[in-house]
Design a protein around this ligand. Sequence first.
Ligand SMILES: [Zn+2]
Length: 198
Amino acid sequence: MATTDRQATTLALAHALSAAERGLAVIPLSRTKLPALRSPHHDDHTPNGRCHGECGAFGHGVYDASTDPVRIRELFAAAPWATGYGIACGLPPHHLIGVDLDTKSGTDSSAALRELALRHLFTIPDTVVVLTPSGGRHLWLTGPPDAAVPNSAGRLAPGIDIRGAGGYLVGPGSRTDHGTYTTAPGTAHLAPAACPPA
Ligand SMILES: [Zn+2]
């Protein structure tokens, strides 16, 4: 089991480094999909919750995210229990936005997205699609550099969550308690497409 976990960590690091090569900033994630590194301010009762890494320590969630391979290796070395990685949204150069199409609640979020597209006259571009272990899909889009797109849950339509600035997406190749995240066939080589302005 220990060997398997170590292999999972090495595999997650390899996937994270390859995402970073594409300009995507990453952090190590645990099997629960949460940032693997605990906050250095966890036991602090002083109002340090606003530290976004200025203290220099690891453990600031998405604020730890980096595209620097040296730093990514350091982050994973500090979290040898990591089995996945998260991709920070909203950062240059891609200003990544994740459209999280959920299936858990029994809603057909893909149909809801198609309906939104018809109503607001946009098309859903060919882009990277990540399949989640629960049968959901993450569409990767790029946002405008001049406007921060916030996180939202179910605001566009039931079952459609948006991962924007300050959020992260579980990267393909990540292992979690529920299974492995993979790219949908034929989409791994695509660049994230521009988000329709509508
Ligand atoms: Zn800090």
